[in-house]
Design a protein. Structure first.
Lengths: 176, 334
């Protein structure tokens, strides 16, 4: 039978075509913002973790094509993590999800069907399939959109932040 | 106006949010299951706790929609308590019907909860009047979900010979295996579609990309498809994989990735006496449910009003971007 142990071992992401923009990106400035966002979403949606079960301890690497960095998520309620990673790093992960930024955002916000995106090859998933199916289903049970939740993480600034997200989505979406 | 009687639109939900989406999109009833092996869509992160189902039933009832609890996998020896508990919980919550496949569970519902409306799952594989009437007479089954192997004229003949309602699938995943009897996943993974409630468990699925934007799909130790750049993909099931055989290379030995789409046959199904039209896809997203349920709500209403519906957008949601009318149109579809 299949070697479950081997499959459970983290994979390593390497981007041999990472450009200079990625190297110059000051990621340290983003980390506290990402930390604030993931903690806020976790507070708003504790039911997410029930649906994730053991998959909450997995590392989900999100590769939005055209973006100069990647996002690494560990949705563990006891040890939450969302960090930006340079494309020049070798990054251990359990699941890699890749696709255009706009496509990924629309999928997370349940505006488009992830199975249809996969059938059409608009997104790619490799690694621990069980973990990504659990995360997809957990996110799909959220009534609010992630963009709304991210905006509300910034309190009184939620209006401008939401407008910035919409603008960024349009700009990045048109480029990728 | 046409002379067609508007059928019940039965829609899938894998999560509470999906259930609310289905109700809001126009479902007359929503079918869903508990977490665990008692239903045939036992995927990670999917399905309902008892509390979630209770809240969801209230939401549906407040909007005049019904909730059908799918407890439609087959209990194995020594594990029947899990299925009995699921039935007891569903009845206590106040679901509008329990959908079962196992004959023992049918007996349990009939004896322990005689006032509970009982539906016979497609997983029971009952397609003849003799089989269906057996369940009706012995267990007071009120509705049968027909296997996807009958033509519309055959459905009409079954309808005329049975004493219960008919529910027919009209959209979504379709398999050519005998419903409730497929053991392909069990053979490869040791996990049973019919007893553990999951076909091609995600824990055993791997997607391996290559340098040419191709993709190899594996289930357990077996490569079941190699998709080249630009090709559409399908579900990672053995029955929809491509294989090399002695007489042909790299072809769909069982069936192609394809979805059932009976929108054009809806008037015929209504005239054949089908009470309820079922959309497959409890494992699909809210976006899918919103689109498909809305489209079928419009289509059913349009046909009932004597109009011609616009059904062009449904193809984007089909598996492999291909659709079929399956055996409903002709037995020679494969």
């Amino acid at each position: 039978m299949r070697d479950k142990h081997k499959r459970d071992q983290p994979r390593i992401f390497k981007d041999s075509q990472a450009g200079p923009v990625s190297k110059a990106m000051p990621l340290f400035a983003m980390q506290p913002i990402l930390r604030r966002i993931v903690r806020h979403v976790a507070t708003l949606h504790p039911e997410l973790f029930e649906r994730l079960e053991d998959s909450c301890r997995k590392h989900f690497l999100i590769d939005a094509k055209g973006m100069p960095f990647l996002l690494l998520l560990r949705p563990d309620p006891d040890n939450l993590m969302l960090v930006a990673k340079s494309r020049h790093e070798e990054i251990p992960y359990d699941v890699l999800v890749s696709g255009k930024f706009k496509t990924l955002l629309r999928m997370i916000d349940s505006k488009t069907d992830s199975d249809a995106l996969f059938f059409n090859r608009d997104i790619m998933v490799t690694g621990d399939t069980e973990a990504i199916v659990a995360l997809r289903n957990a996110l799909d049970d959220m009534d609010a959109t992630l963009a709304d939740d991210v905006a509300t993480a910034f309190g009184p600034l939620r209006g401008p932040v939401r407008a910035s997200i919409d603008a960024a989505t349009k700009i990045v979406g048109s480029r990728t | 106006m046409s002379d067609l009687i508007k059928p019940e639109l039965v829609c899938p939900a894998g999560t509470p949010a999906s259930l609310r989406t289905a109700v809001d999109a126009g479902a007359n009833s929503v079918y869903c299951g508990f977490k665990g092996p008692t239903n045939a869509r036992n995927f990670p992160g999917l399905n309902f706790s008892k509390k979630e189902l209770s809240e969801s039933v209230k939401y549906a009832h407040d909007k005049d929609a019904m909730v059908l609890a799918a407890i439609n996998s087959f209990p194995t020896a020594g594990r029947t308590d899990i299925w009995k508990q699921a039935v007891d919980d569903a009845v206590e919550i106040g679901v509008d019907a329990v959908i079962i496949a196992d004959i023992g569970m049918a007996k349990y519902v009939a004896e322990q909860h005689p006032n509970q409306r009982l539906h016979l799952s497609v997983q029971a594989g009952a397609s003849s009047p003799e089989a269906i009437n057996f369940y009706v007479e012995r267990f007071n089954v009120k509705r049968v979900v027909l296997p996807r192997i009958l033509t519309v004229p055959e459905i009409k003949r079954v309808h005329d010979a049975i004493d219960c309602e008919i529910e027919a699938f009209v959209f979504g995943n379709i398999g050519m295996m005998a419903e409730g009897r497929c053991s392909l996943t069990n053979y490869v993974t040791g996990i049973s579609t019919n007893m553990d409630g999951v076909c091609s468990p995600a824990s055993h699925v791997d997607y391996e990309p290559d340098d040419d934007d191709g993709l190899t799909t594996r289930l357990g130790d077996f490569a079941i498809d190699c998709i080249s750049c630009g090709e559409t993909a399908g579900y990672p099931t053995i029955c929809k994989g491509r294989y090399d055989t002695a007489h042909k290379k790299n072809y769909y030995a069982f069936e192609e990735p394809i979805s059932l789409n009976l929108t054009r046959l809806l008037p015929d199904l209504m005239r054949a006496g089908v009470t309820a039209l079922k959309i497959e896809g409890r494992q699909r997203s809210r976006a899918y449910i919103r689109s498909v349920v809305s489209a079928f709500r419009d289509a059913v209403d349009a046909y009932a009003a004597g109009d011609e519906p616009d059904i062009t957008e449904l193809i984007a949601l089909t598996e492999g971007h291909k659709e079929t009318q399956g055996a409903f149109k002709s037995k020679s579809w494969r």
